[in-house]
Design a protein around this ligand. Structure first.
Ligand SMILES: NC(=O)c1ccc[n+]([C@@H]2O[C@H](COP(=O)([O-])OP(=O)(O)OC[C@H]3O[C@@H](n4cnc5c(N)ncnc54)[C@H](O)[C@@H]3O)[C@@H](O)[C@H]2O)c1
Length: 307
């Protein structure tokens, strides 16, 4: 298939591009490079076709979707806190950008559309998070992803098969620009700096390795039916447990600085992956210990990143 990956220069995107190319897909990337990540293959002859452009721009979107069989729409401003501070930017990138790419795909006759959504559409829900829970976003970011899920669900009227995948907390290589817990923890540990834990550290998350996300997306672009799926491991890991796992992976004791809990941080989060297991025939394969080891290995082999 020819697959357009918007946001393909970013963390999830760059890992996905490699996976899709390994599977024999012909990949096109549309990214405005605003997150600051620029993979080694960007605009190299041997890499995927790369278009530097904004997903809010109709012309860029129309040029990128030409000839595509499927679109994986990852381009977004991904932060909850950022979306509260600058909701207008979140709206333009995540709502207008999603509509613009989907509309360009519709005009070009693209039949498959996969959206990167998030558990943020269910903020405050008691886990395990399931697809039949009523959405209740508590941030502009969660609301923008809910819009995306809505228009993707409606894309059936244009003859498209649309799937929304709600990623849990994704981690893995190419995370140099990310501010998520694992990316920050590992960079600090390698730089010999203490890590910061907010609140008691008993808050839980579901940490999913990025290769598992890439395999799920590959399944989704081949799916025959539309749908919404939670992607995670189903394993609930507290931040304190994560610190111990980081110590095991790094083979060193980690200095922890404790700060007050942050407003709006969920107390618990993990997903029920039975729908993805059943209907996408997908199963995560990488354990936290293994994934942390692989991420550390990538950070160690990427000079200048661990600061
Ligand atoms: N990483 C996670 O844990 C996680 C969890 C849930 C959902 N998601 C979603 O997955 C997707 C990918 O996230 P990520 O962690 O790789 O983030 P990322 O910031 O690394 O990647 C996003 C990419 O999109 C690009 N981009 C942003 N705005 C753009 C625009 N207007 N036009 C063109 N390109 C633009 C950025 O330059 C970046 O390369 C996002 O939609 C995010 O909301 C990620």
């Amino acid at each position: 298939m020819r697959v357009l990956v918007t946001g393909g220069a970013g963390f999830v995107g760059s890992n996905l591009v490699t996976h899709l190319q390994d599977q024999g897909h012909d990949v096109v990337v549309l990214d405005d490079l605003s997150a600051g990540a620029r993979p080694a293959w960007w605009k190299r002859r041997a890499g995927p076709r790369c278009i530097e452009g904004n997903v809010e721009d109709e012309r860029a979107a129309r040029s990128a979707v030409k000839g595509a069989d499927a679109v994986v729409h990852l381009a977004a401003r991904p932060g909850v806190a950022d979306s509260v501070a600058r909701p207008g930017l979140d709206f333009r990138a995540n709502v207008l950008g999603t509509f613009t790419v989907l509309d360009a795909a519709r005009r070009a006759g693209v039949s498959r559309f996969v959206l990167a959504s998030s558990g943020a559409v269910l903020a405050g829900a008691t886990p395990p998070l399931r697809e039949d829970m009523a959405p209740a976003p508590r941030s502009p970011y969660g609301a923008s992803k809910l819009y995306g899920e809505g228009i993707v669900a409606a894309s059936g009227v244009f003859g498209m098969t649309g799937l929304s995948l709600r990623f849990a907390n994704v981690y893995g290589p190419n995370c140099a620009h990310k501010k998520s817990a694992i990316a920050l923890f590992l960079r600090r540990v390698l730089a010999g700096q203490p890590i910061t834990v907010y609140g008691t550290g008993r808050q839980t998350r579901d940490f999913l390795y990025v290769d598992d996300v890439a395999r799920a997306i590959d399944r989704a672009i081949a799916a025959r039916s539309p749908g919404v799926y939670h992607l995670g491991t189903g394993v609930e890991t507290s931040v304190n447990e994560l610190v111990r796992a980081v110590e095991r992976a790094a083979g060193t004791k980690v200095a922890v600085r404790r700060e007050a809990a942050r407003a709006g941080d969920a107390a618990r989060s993990f997903v029920d992956l039975s729908a993805a297991r059943r209907r996408l025939r997908w199963e995560p394969r990488v354990s936290l210990d293994d994934g942390l080891g692989r991420t550390l290995e990538w950070l160690r082999s990427s000079p200048g990143v661990a600061r």
